[in-house]
Design a protein around this ligand. Sequence first.
Ligand SMILES: Cc1ncc(COP(=O)(O)O)c(C=O)c1O
Length: 418
Amino acid sequence: MNFNVINNSDSKNQTSHLSDSALQDNLSRAALNPKTGFVESMPDLNLSEALISKRHLIHNLNQIRSKIGPSCKIMGIVKANAYGHNVKEVSATLFSNGVRSFGVANINEAIELKQHFIEQQLENEPFEILAFASPLPEQLPFYLMHDIDLTLTNYETYSQAEAVAQAHNSCFNVHLKVDTGMGRLGVSMNDALELARLIERSPYLNLKSIYSHFASSGEDMPFSRQQSQHFKSLTREFEHSEGRKVLKHMANSGAIVSDHDTYYDMVRPGILLYGYTPSSAIKTSLNLKPVMQFQSRVTFIKWVEAGQTISYGRTWEAKKRTRIATISVGYADGYHRALSNNSFVEIHGKGFQQIGNVTMDQIMVSLGEDTSVNVGDVAVLFGWNGPKANELADRIGTIGYELLCSVSPRVKRVILED
Ligand SMILES: Cc1ncc(COP(=O)(O)O)c(C=O)c1O
């Protein structure tokens, strides 16, 4: 018996054959235990999957490296399950390719990542994990317990952190975040110098870096330059008055591709690592490759006559006799409903229009009169062989980040090692 599964990122139709032994393994794992009547261990039989190419990730990392040069460090941004790509695989790949700084959203993600590094026995090499969120007081002890770097954004957290460290006879590793115009988190420019000096003098706080974040890098260049100027003057003043250098970082992906002057000591790429610029309006000379390919399989094919409608709400009607394929993916997998009648999939390298409303678990595509597509064929939703995430995002007024992050946990991540 032949089953098609994915195992090769470069093959044109992305299919190969599951070996008989692998199939037997799946079947026996799914078999009922005769004593308990339960399935012992369920194989993942979902048809939609996200292929994750380690090769493309390393390629993108090297592209960034060649752009920023050897003296600038990289903090790999792996928050939100590495933008939906699988944080364990992504961070381990970055680690084995020399990245030692990691940025995550909050203390919870930080602890998960730390645990993973411990499991991988990587903890003997020095590395840092910075949680970007401003912590609540009850979260503070966990930074100490797990040796996670703290983002400090205000006086209140400064005092709370001092008290917690004192009580535990310990010391926080602190990155002071300054709001130069993003308006999300950070101490104001007016208060930043004073807070930086307080941290510097505290025996309970080790000031590891001062950082900031761009609001519109790669797009609004005058505003970004202004942000960078504020950051530069603040950090210069601090270094001058304290008589020491401090690690400075500000550049996200938009800044990396657009303004060399923002690199400082370290850059913090997220979306570039995953193969995209922040938006399709932001162009780059970097050769980026999508790291994720979201794809599923055709499960059903039929001919419909002129006048027949497709899916909920009957938003698509056949103009003539048309062959229709149903694909096993829907908005519960992260294929946005907003894409209804407004996207296409690629099957055997050929684009087919998605038609009718996207449903929770299935979509339909028009094959026209094409008879080459069969049940079981792979349909690429977005990725290196199909439409690009940014391209689909543009169609529905969002950004590629959101499409990547919303590929749901029900979609298995298949890691391509080559
Ligand atoms: C503080 C911080 N730095 C860096 C990044 C990476 O941004 P990008 O994915 O645009 O490179 C993010 C992501 O939003 C962030 O919040």
